[in-house]
Structure formats: C-alpha cells, structure tokens
Design a protein around this ligand. Structure first.
Ligand SMILES: CCCCC/C=C\C/C=C\C/C=C\C/C=C\CCCC(=O)SCCNC(=O)CCNC(=O)[C@H](O)C(C)(C)COP(=O)(O)OP(=O)(O)OC[C@H]1O[C@@H](n2cnc3c(N)ncnc32)[C@H](O)[C@@H]1OP(=O)(O)O
Length: 136
C-alpha cells in the first residue's frame, strides 16, 4: 500500500496536518523508532503530557512498523501502562516491535522512554490485517 505523502492527513505522521505531531519514523534493527518532544499544547495535568498523546505515539509506532513492512492492518486492541508521568519538554524515544502473528492477527509491543532510558509507558497492540482498499 502506498500513501500519497503530499495529501495524507494522519494526526500522528502527516507532515502537512497543521495540528499533527509530524512524527518521522525509521527502522532500527527489528524495531521501528521515532522521537518526539511534547510541548505545553500536549499536556493534561500541568506539566504532564496527556495520556492520549502518549498512547498515540505508541499506537502510531506499531502501525508504522507494519506499514513499513507492507502490512495493511488496523489497531483492533490497545493496552497501555503508564509507568511515570511524561514531563512536558522532555524528548521521548519511542520504539515498536512485532511479537507475533496468527492468521489476520498481528501482535506488537511499544515503549516510550526518556533520554536516560527511564521507561514512561509501554503498550501491547493487536492489529488485524484488512484489505488495502479498506484503508482508502
Ligand atoms: C499498518 C496500518 C496502516 C498504517 C499506515 C501508517 C502510515 C502511512 C502514512 C499515512 C497513513 C495515514 C494514517 C495512519 C493511520 C493510522 C495509524 C494508527 C493505527 C490506527 O489508529 S487504526 C484506527 C483505529 N482502529 C480502527 O478503526 C479499527 C476499527 N475496527 C475495525 O475496522 C474492525 O473491527 C476490524 C477490522 C478490527 C475487525 O473487523 P472484521 O469484520 O474485519 O473482523 P472480525 O471482527 O470478524 O474479526 C476477525 C477475527 O479476528 C478476531 N479479532 C478481532 N478483534 C480482535 C482482538 N482485538 N483480539 C483478538 N482477536 C480479535 C475475531 O475474533 C475474529 O476471529 P475468528 O475469525 O477466529 O472468528
């Protein structure tokens, strides 16, 4: 599946979505990685990044892992454990890897860490393969 990079508006990864996170991904070994510095506009409780934003980072890293390997799949289930509050202004390193595949079901995990390696949040994701034309 090929996405038109000039028109897609994904909140997480589009370079042209004006309110998007504009994440850029790379493959590193058997993982897919990105970095993000959350700003004050991404907070929930004062000084802490909104959990939905952290969840978006984890979900998108897993989806990108699959997309970059020519899988067309959607998030069917997502579990996130928030270990510590993510501070606004501190870079988050996010990485995702695949943990299994059975029929249409693909399982992945992702984690978000601070630069010193402290784990902020971890996620388990289940993705279901769908026909490429189902994703527009
Ligand atoms: C890799 C994805 C593409 C990513 C592209 C990335 C970058 C490209 C650049 C730009 C693209 C722009 C945007 C990027 C977009 C998104 C990235 C983030 C990812 C998301 O944000 S994505 C949105 C949220 N997501 C949804 O919007 C899904 C809504 N939902 C559905 O679309 C259906 O619900 C579906 C398809 C999931 C299933 O529907 P269905 O009708 O096809 O299948 P059905 O329900 O019959 O299940 C069949 C068999 O799977 C089993 N099964 C089902 N669910 C299970 C579970 N959770 N655990 C264990 N087993 C499960 C059943 O038990 C059954 O098993 P059995 O066959 O044995 O009976």
């Amino acid at each position: 599946m090929t996405i038109d990079e000039t028109t897609h508006m994904c909140f997480a990864c589009s370079p042209i979505n004006p309110i998007g996170l504009k994440l850029v991904f790379a493959d590193k070994g058997d993982t897919c990685v990105t970095r993000f510095v959350p700003g004050p506009q991404h907070q929930g409780w004062t000084g802490r990044v909104h959990g939905g934003i952290v969840t978006t980072l984890l979900d998108e890293a897993m989806a990108q892992f699959l997309y970059r390997r020519d899988e067309t799949a959607v998030t069917a289930e997502l579990t996130v454990r928030f270990r510590i509050p993510a501070p606004v202004g501190s870079e988050l390193l996010v990485e995702a890897r695949q943990t299994g595949a059975r029929g249409r079901l693909l399982t992945l995990e992702a984690k978000a860490c601070l630069k010193d390696g402290t784990v902020v949040a971890v996620a388990q994701g289940k993705f279901l393969r769908v026909p490429p034309d189902a994703l527009g």
